[in-house]
Design a protein around this ligand. Sequence first.
Ligand SMILES: [Zn+2]
Length: 247
Amino acid sequence: MVYSDSHCHLDRYQAESLTEMLQQARANKVDFIVSQGMNLESSADTVRLAQSQPGVYAAVGIHPWNAITPTEELRGQLRQLAGQDKVVAIGEIGLDYARSPETKDTQKELLKYELSLALETGLPVNIHCREAHQDMMDILRQEARPGLKGIIHGFTGGLSMLKDWLDLGFYISIGGRGFVTSETPALLDAIRQIPQDRLLTETDAAGQAGGPADVTAVVQKLASIREATEEEIANTATANLKRIHGI
Ligand SMILES: [Zn+2]
């Protein structure tokens, strides 16, 4: 059995706790981890970290909480980071109208640029979307050329949102804070309808004690919701994650 964490933030850990946490992840058979950037500095840290750790890969990007106008300088810096060894995605990017409604326009402009970077580099995107589903769909349907590959991270929607993401060809990543104790009927229904070859698992760990090893609890819960074995869920999610990242 092989576990994977499609979305976490390893740069948020101190060096000593990171070493211990990655040992714990390996002991739990979490063999494939994609750590996400939040801004330029965090993206550069994430790339360095991935290059020094087997089984850890990096996504680079600017999170909507840190939205800034994509100037020529920023574009150049992101392009440079995206070309580094072990970078497998553009992330964490997206729209968040719940926490940062005042920067909607900048978020949209930045997202459009980051989608174009994904198309240019051939890398998939790792998307954060909070209370912005309709704008997100409008942008993805306009900007996404054939060939755009992506993951919606920490999916918590119901069936109609699920269908929108699946129609775009996206993978659906489940997990993150709160999922293991969540009993929202619409989410549980949607989770049963995710096709086997589009399901991913994640922790969104960003400094908490457990780190990527906590993905085992996400797999356990998914197995009970989908009436599958933990082994099936873990192995399938890992194979899917490797497929979308071309590893
Ligand atoms: Zn995240």
